[in-house]
Design a protein around this ligand. Structure first.
Ligand code: 13P
Length: 357
C-alpha cells in the first residue's frame, strides 16, 4: 500500500478543498478490505466515533439545556469534523446517518470533507437496541432489514467502513444470558458479511456496558465469552477477519463497583482477554471509552498500549475509537453557543492529542 499522509501541525494550516487527495486516488484503485483497515491505522492513528444516535444526542443536549434541533446537531458535529490536524490522529471517523447528509461550512458534505483530509469516512448502520422479551434488561440490535441498500448508498458516497454495536449488561455478578450472546453475535456476523459483500469494512462492536456493579474478573469472564462466541460466528458466516475491525470494551470493574481498577490491572486483564480470544489475523482491535472519564480512558488506553509494546503480545494493531472520552470536554466548552466554537475545538484537539500521543 502506498499512501502518504502529509504531516501538518494542528492549527498551522487551513483546511482546503483538495479534490485529488491521496485517499481519493487510492480508493479509485479498489484497495482490499485489509488494505483499508491498514490505511486507517497508518502512523498509529485511531478512529473518532462521532456517531451518537439521535436519542443519545438529545439526552446530552438536554443535560446542557441546548436545544435539540438539526442546526445544533450539525454545529456540534462540525466542531470535530472540521478540526484542523484531525488527520494526524484519526484515520477514520464514524458518522451518524443524519451527519452524513449534512454539510461543512465550505458547502461540502462532511464525508467529502473527510476524504479530502485523507480520513476514511465510516457510518454507524445499526438502528439501536431493542428489548429482548423474556430476558429482563437484555437487548438485541436492529437494522438488518434494509442494510444491503444502505451499504450500497454509502459505498457510492465514498464510505468504506461501518459500525454495528451490540450491548451486553452484567447485572450484579450475573453474566449476559447465552441466548442474548448467541443472538447478538449472530446478528453481528450477518451484518459483517453483508458489509464485506458491499466492499465495506465492518467494525463489530460487542460492548460489555461499563455501568454496573461488577468486579474486573467478572468483566473479563463476560468479555471472554462474548468475543469467543463472536469469533466463532464470524468464521461460521465466512467473514474475512483481515478485513474486519473488532471494537470492544476495556476489561475493568463496573462504574458502580466499590474498587475501581488501576490502569495496570486494566492493561493486564484487557491484553490477556484479547490474547485468549481474538484470532491473530483480525485487521485491528479498537477500544470504546464506555463512559470512563476522558482522563481515565486516556490513561487506561496508554497503559494497554505501553504494556503491549513492552511485551509484544498482540499480533494485530490496537488503537482507540472513542466518542465520549474525545468529545465531552468540547461539548462542555461549546454549550450550544456559536461564540464558543473556537474554544470547544481547541478542547477537542487537546483531548485528541492527550489520547493519541
Ligand atoms: P464511547 O467511547 O462513548 O463509549 O462510544 C463509543 C461508541 O462508539 C459506542 O458505540
Amino acid at each position: 500500500m502506498n499512501i502518504v499522509v502529509k504531516e501538518s501541525k494542528v492549527g498551522a494550516t487551513k483546511v482546503k478543498k483538495n479534490v485529488d487527495s491521496a485517499l481519493r486516488r487510492y480508493l479509485l484503485a479498489n484497495p482490499s478490505l485489509s488494505d483499508l483497515v491498514q490505511f486507517i491505522f497508518i502512523n498509529n492513528r485511531g478512529i473518532l466515533a462521532a456517531d451518537e444516535s439521535g436519542g443519545s444526542i438529545a439526552k446530552k443536549f438536554a443535560a446542557m439545556k441546548i436545544e435539540d434541533n438539526e442546526k445544533n446537531r450539525r454545529d456540534y458535529r462540525n466542531i470535530f469534523l472540521s478540526a484542523e490536524g484531525l488527520e494526524n490522529y484519526c484515520g477514520g471517523v464514524i458518522m451518524f446517518e443524519e451527519t452524513a447528509a449534512q454539510k461543512a461550512d465550505n458547502g461540502q458534505l462532511f464525508g467529502d470533507l473527510l476524504l479530502d483530509k485523507n480520513i476514511l469516512p465510516g457510518i454507524k448502520l445499526d438502528r439501536g437496541l431493542v428489548e429482548l422479551p423474556n430476558f429482563a434488561g437484555e437487548t438485541w440490535t436492529r437494522g438488518l432489514d434494509d442494510l444491503a441498500e444502505r451499504l450500497e448508498k454509502y459505498f457510492a458516497m465514498g464510505f468504506r467502513f461501518a459500525k454495528w454495536r451490540a450491548a451486553f449488561q452484567i447485572v450484579g455478578n450475573k453474566l449476559p444470558s447465552a441466548t442474548a450472546m448467541d443472538l447478538n453475535t449472530t446478528i453481528l456476523a450477518v451484518y459483517a458479511s453483508l458489509c464485506q459483500n458491499a466492499g465495506i469494512v465492518p467494525i463489530v462492536e460487542p460492548e460489555v456496558v461499563h455501568d454496573g456493579d461488577y468486579n474486573i474478573e467478572t468483566c473479563a469472564l463476560a468479555t471472554t465469552k462474548i468475543i469467543k462466541m463472536l469469533m466463532e460466528k464470524l468464521s461460521e458466516y465466512r467473514v474475512d477477519l483481515t478485513g474486519t475491525i473488532l471494537k470492544c470494551n476495556m476489561v475493568l470493574a463496573g462504574k458502580k463497583y466499590v474498587v475501581q481498577s488501576s490502569s495496570l490491572d486494566v492493561a493486564e486483564a484487557t491484553i490477556s482477554v484479547l490474547k485468549n480470544t481474538v484470532a491473530p489475523k483480525i485487521g485491528a482491535v479498537v477500544f470504546l471509552s464506555g463512559g470512563q472519564t476522558p482522563e481515565q480512558a486516556a490513561k487506561n488506553f496508554h497503559a494497554i498500549k505501553n504494556l503491549n509494546l513492552s511485551e509484544g503480545v498482540l499480533p494485530f494493531p490496537v488503537s482507540f475509537s472513542f466518542a465520549r472520552a474525545l468529545q465531552d470536554p468540547a461539548l462542555t466548552a461549546w454549550c450550544g453557543k456559536e461564540s464558543n466554537f473556537g474554544v470547544a475545538q481547541k478542547e477537542f484537539v487537546k483531548q485528541l492529542q492527550r489520547v493519541a500521543e
